[in-house]
Design a protein around this ligand. Structure first.
Ligand code: G6P
Length: 607
């Protein structure tokens, strides 16, 4: 949601904080700020992107080698300088940055106001600053521990105090926080991307832990001041993965990375010879999974679309009843969890608040929980009983692309894992594994048509209303195609089952309206062709995603993006690629910032 970075060492803090903020800007980009300690506390905040902050800092860069920085996605209060972080207290020269939300901030604020504190912002974060200040009597670490004992909600925080010029205190509960350990210096951030350029040795705090950092070392403790020893580990991330290289945008880079990322997702997990799938993360639960009576799939946004495909795969291949629900709905509707229920939480970040809450709700009611997550060690990964990582590497573009295909592929492998333990023959599984093996090279082939996809996009890019239609496995792909287009190009787009179009949305079709059909040669091809005719006869312009070698489709569609032939259950891995490219080109042609779309954030850690 927001990105936080903090530094203590012997180098100037500002350049390092700015670099970290730029790398984490995808987490939020409404406003940004830094605070640096150098005799006194210097705070600089700006509204807008990190580049605006950078320009302001160039005027008179604060000097000092202890500092904190923040890039914000607004939750409490408007996007103003006053609401931007860092926030300060009114008594002790304390500055704080925060990622997360404090649930009891209103009651704490009232009590603090009654005790004479004057608030400057509408944020929940300023409440923590004041609370720390109340407890401060010369020991920042103790004051932070005491304040956090009063706070309910999620936080990753970094705190400075003018009276302690050589100390940085950080803490976490529910929001990610990683501490990079260098030679006499520490870089703390919500994301390893902000750390890896400086050190690859790092440790994570557990919930309800506080860490006091000085140039000489660190001390980690619980909120009750019991010392704990964290485990320092090597960060599995290299700089190339988080830099643009020759691409203009992370989204385009990540679309083009998919042949490689999906190979990594599959590596060592598919045993072609024995026709089986090996998933270490869920292996110990295999018997429980096979005995399961139903699978509940949940997620939000793109992850929800992947979960829907997972539902189809599990029922079709593994013959297990499955259903998918938005996590935000599931968590509040008093769901019935029968014995033998497995909840599958699908999430790129592993931090989405609704998905995490749905997972907890289902687990509390007795479900076995499985995570299909990208970020290693994230909250969902930690809280599930077992799981399978996507292994697609860091996804930085706000619009999810390689994580979507990683999720679909992982759910495919999960389905095969189950299917082979139930009804699927070795032969069938071997055949599907052989096809999966081809997926990376098939995607390479689709990516070769990037220029054609751009040219087609140019033809329609000024149209403000689009429909995306598909059936069966490609109905969720239609949803995903529409989501991609609207989130980054701000074009109004709806996705739905192709047949549903007749029940109302057909009234929207006017002369020249672009309607994208996923019309690959699957079991419902003929039905899709019928739907194409229904749209065409009302003046809609047809853009079809079709199977190579389909000569018929050209007679019906105005424009066609071809994908290689593949079995229907695997087709979403291919049919979604032209739709990702289409959305990316549309946004670029309309002059939008593809990686930082208006109002969005990469990871939504609020309800
Ligand atoms: C946000 C992002 C989407 C993402 C969704 C779920 O809305 O902008 O791209 O699909 O959250 O995120 P998750 O990290 O749980 O997959």
């Amino acid at each position: 949601m927001c990105g936080i970075v903090a530094y203590i060492g012997s180098n100037p803090a500002v350049p390092l904080l700015l670099e970290g903020l730029k790398r984490m800007e995808y987490r939020g980009y409404d406003s940004a700020g830094v605070a640096v300690l150098n005799g006194e506390l210097q705070v600089v905040k700006t509204v807008g992107r990190v580049s605006v902050l950078e320009d302001r800092l160039q005027e008179k860069p604060p000097e000092g080698s202890v500092g904190i920085g923040h890039t914000r996605w607004a939750t409490h209060g408007d996007t103003t300088e006053r609401n931007a972080h860092p926030h300060t207290d009114d008594r002790n020269g304390i500055a704080i940055i925060h990622n997360g939300t404090i649930e009891n901030y209103a009651s704490l604020k009232t009590a603090l106001q009654e005790r004479g504190h004057k608030f400057d912002s509408e944020t929940d974060t300023e409440v923590i600053a004041m609370l720390i200040s109340e407890f401060y009597d010369g020991d920042l670490e103790k004051a932070v521990q005491a304040a956090l004992r009063e706070v309910r909600g999620a936080y990753a925080i970094a705190v400075l105090c003018e009276n302690e010029p050589d100390t940085l205190v950080v803490a976490r509960k529910g929001s990610p926080l990683i501490i990079g350990v260098g030679a006499s210096e520490f870089v703390v951030a919500s994301d390893p991307t902000a750390i890896v350029a400086h050190t690859t040795q790092a440790f994570e705090l557990d919930d309800y832990q506080v860490c006091k950092l000085t140039r000489e070392g660190f001390r980690t403790s619980t909120l009750d001041d019991v010392s704990v020893t964290p485990k320092i580990q090597q960060l599995e991330l290299d700089l190339e993965q988080i830099e643009l290289g020759s691409y203009d945008t992370f989204m385009m880079k990540e679309i083009f990375e998919q042949p490689r990322s999906l190979s990594t997702t599959m590596r060592g997990r598919l045993d072609k010879r024995d026709g089986k799938v090996v998933l270490g993360g869920i292996g110990p639960y295999a018997r429980e999974l096979v005995r399961a009576r139903q699978f509940l799939m949940t997620g939000q946004g793109t992850a929800y679309h992947a979960a829907l495909i997972g539902e189809y795969l599990l029922e079709d291949l593994a013959k297990i009843p499955a259903k998918t629900e938005y996590a935000s709905e599931f968590r509040y509707r008093n769901p019935i969890i029968v014995d033998g229920t497995v909840i599958v939480a699908v999430s790129q970040s592993g931090e989405t608040a609704d998905t995490l809450a749905a997972l907890r709700e289902a687990s509390d009611r007795g479900a076995l929980s499985i995570g299909v997550v990208n970020v290693v060690g994230s909250s969902i990964a930690r809280e599930t009983d077992a799981g399978v990582y996507l292994r697609v590497g860091p996804e930085i573009g706000v619009a999810s692309t390689k994580a979507f295909t990683g999720q679909v592929l992982t759910l495919m492998m999960l389905s095969l894992f189950m299917a082979r333990r139930k009804f699927m023959s070795v032969d069938t599984c071997q055949h599907l594994i052989e096809e999966l093996d081809q997926v990376p090279s098939y995607i390479e082939r689709i990516l070769e048509s990037d220029d054609q996809i751009r040219t087609v996009t140019e033809k329609y890019v000024n149209q403000e209303n689009w429909l995306f239609l598909g059936r069966g496995y490609n109905y969720p792909v239609a949803l995903e195609g529409a989501l991609k287009l609207k989130e980054i190009s701000y074009i109004h787009a709806e996705g739905m089952p192709a047949a549903e179009m007749k029940h109302g949305p057909i009234a929207l079709i006017t002369d020249g309206m672009p309607v994208v059909f996923i019309a690959n040669q699957g079991p419902q091809y003929d039905k899709v062709m019928l739907n194409i005719e229904q749209v065409k006869s009302r003046g809609g312009r047809i853009i079809a995603v079709a199977t190579e070698g389909d000569t018929e489709i050209r007679k019906h569609a105005d424009d066609v993006f071809f994908v290689p032939p593949i079995s229907d259950p695997l087709s979403p891995l291919l049919t979604v690629i032209p739709l990702q490219l289409l959305a990316c080109h549309a946004a670029m042609l309309r002059g939008h910032d593809v990686d930082k779309p208006r109002n969005l954030a990469k990871s939504v850690t609020v309800e």
